[in-house]
Design a protein around this ligand. Structure first.
Ligand SMILES: Cc1cc2nc3c(=O)[nH]c(=O)nc-3n(C[C@H](O)[C@H](O)[C@H](O)COP(=O)(O)O)c2cc1C
Length: 155
């Protein structure tokens, strides 16, 4: 008999980052968040994708229900961002992100992808759609895997 699978959920939230305006310190701060998040997420079997556009962040967190809820409890208490708001929290059939913690930051290189997703005006209005955040994260992940030549493993 096959063991019953645990309940998988994903949680999508958005927030405003309280990071430094100086590019070098900002990169360091994001590096620090990444180090902490990767370690914790690997331990909790969480997969996730964090989008950063200007001072807005949106993250999709996937995993077992209690792991996601514990992780989000920590994230929402973090003073490195504020106005943390849940956009969607629901059961999913399978995971869509392959890494414990990946960031997709808007840069001149991926500007076209961000432009097309048009999240910035939604962030500014305070009403980003779960579907738009999700679609952008999936596209950024696919693009990064194509660059690494491993996209055929995840079709
Ligand atoms: C935008 C943002 C995203 C984060 N994402 C995660 C995450 O996916 N997983 C995680 O464990 N911590 C994440 N963190 C860090 C947590 O808020 C927290 O600092 C970290 O888990 C350590 O928690 P502790 O000091 O209570 O042990 C994130 C922080 C920020 C600001």
């Amino acid at each position: 008999m096959r063991a019953k699978r645990t309940t998988l959920v994903h949680l999508i939230y958005f927030s405003r980052l309280n990071l430094s305006a100086d590019a070098t310190s900002r990169t360091q701060q994001i590096g620090e968040i990444t180090r902490q998040a990767q370690k914790k997420n690997e331990f909790a079997v969480i997969t996730s994708f964090l989008i950063i556009e200007q001072n807005f962040a949106a993250q999709i967190i996937e995993g077992e229900r209690t792991s996601v809820s514990d992780t989000f409890a920590r994230i929402s208490n973090d003073s490195r961002h504020r106005d943390v708001q849940i956009v969607e929290w629901r059961e999913i059939v399978k995971r869509e992100f392959v890494n414990s913690f990946t960031t997709g930051i808007r840069t001149p290189v991926n500007d076209g992808i961000f432009q097309k997703a048009s999240l910035l005006p939604m962030f500014q209005r305070g009403t980003p759609k779960a579907g738009a955040i999700h679609a952008l994260a999936v596209t950024l992940q696919a693009e990064s895997m194509t660059k690494q030549g491993i996209d055929h493993l995840f079709v």
